[in-house]
Design a protein around this ligand. Structure first.
Ligand SMILES: C[S@@+](CC[C@H](N)C(=O)[O-])C[C@H]1O[C@@H](n2cnc3c(N)ncnc32)[C@H](O)[C@@H]1O
Length: 265
């Protein structure tokens, strides 16, 4: 039985909590799944800080601001990993409740320790699950975030459709993801960092070379920012902004769930 609970959070339908996840097998690790992240969970935060020089935390704070949450918001953080985004959201919005979902038990174990250390057990609930099949009723949340997670999801369109389904009309979806910067003299250093430094440094510090090679390849294989915005529109999102960060090494996509009458037009 899982130790991750659903206290005070929207109750999942057909809850997968505690159930073994079909995707999380060694065989499809490099296709992107929770299993891959189990192996690097304990060092994930350290590696993030070292490889982005700490800028990743600034980007998460910006993502939370773009959510424009109402009072007493219900927030869903997908691919929560070690829960940096979920914890920061709960801290910035003391009246909000955050449901933080991820398929990796290893990442969620680290997240649970951090949530408890921050005295946020009552307001951040960890759930084992898959972004492609969310165990929540329609229009449950005021906003959804997903930080550095959509790249790992095999069927991104399905995940985007699920985000739209579980957010109430007028609510926002903010996605933060690493991207390859467009070629330019200035971005050349960033590209070398991403293609050469990240896989090597990641392998060295984590002892998991395959995982950090996957990281670099998955960034290179991610659609361009505008192509990803088109995929969001295909899923029914009203895309309001696509924001490049630091010469395009990451992007923020901000979308709104249209009101029923708007989508009918
Ligand atoms: C790079 S980490 C990002 C963690 C965190 N959001 C952050 O900002 O650091 C990617 C996360 O995606 C999760 N993941 C992989 N496949 C997923 C899926 N199908 N649905 C939801 N999360 C998934 C992994 O378990 C991992 O924790």
């Amino acid at each position: 039985m899982s130790r991750f609970t659903m206290t005070n959070s929207p109750q999942p339908q057909d809850s997968p909590v505690g159930a073994p996840l079909a995707q999380a097998t060694a065989g499809n690790v490099l296709g992107g799944s929770g299993a891959m992240f189990d192996g690097i969970a304990k060092r994930y935060d350290l590696l993030n800080r070292v490889m982005t020089f700490g800028i990743d935390q600034r980007w998460r704070r910006r993502a939370i601001g773009l959510l424009q949450l109402p009072p007493n918001a219900q927030v869903l953080d997908l691919a929560t990993g070690t829960a940096d985004l979920a914890i920061r959201t709960a801290m910035n919005h003391p009246d909000a409740h955050v449901t933080a979902l991820d398929p990796s038990r290893g990442m969620l174990a680290v997240a649970q320790a951090k949530v408890t250390a921050a005295a946020l057990d009552g307001r951040v609930s960890l759930v084992i699950g898959d972004a492609q099949h969310l165990p929540f009723a329609d229009a449950t949340f005021d906003g959804v975030t997903m930080g550095f997670g959509i790249r790992n999801v095999p069927d991104r369109l399905a995940a985007l459709r699920e985000m739209r389904r579980v957010v109430r009309p007028g609510g926002r979806i903010v996605i933060l993801e690493a991207t390859e910067p467009p070629p330019s003299l200035l971005s050349w250093g960033a590209l070398v960092h991403l293609r050469v430094v990240v896989p090597r440094l990641g392998a060295l510090l984590s002892g998991a070379p395959a995982e950090y090679r996957y990281l670099q390849k998955s960034i290179a294989g991610f659609p361009t920012p505008l192509a990803f915005a088109d995929l969001m529109r295909q899923a029914g999102h009203d895309v309001v902004a696509v924001i490049p960060l630091l010469l395009g090494v990451s992007h923020l996509w901000v979308a709104r769930v249209p009101q029923p009458l708007e989508s009918a037009r």
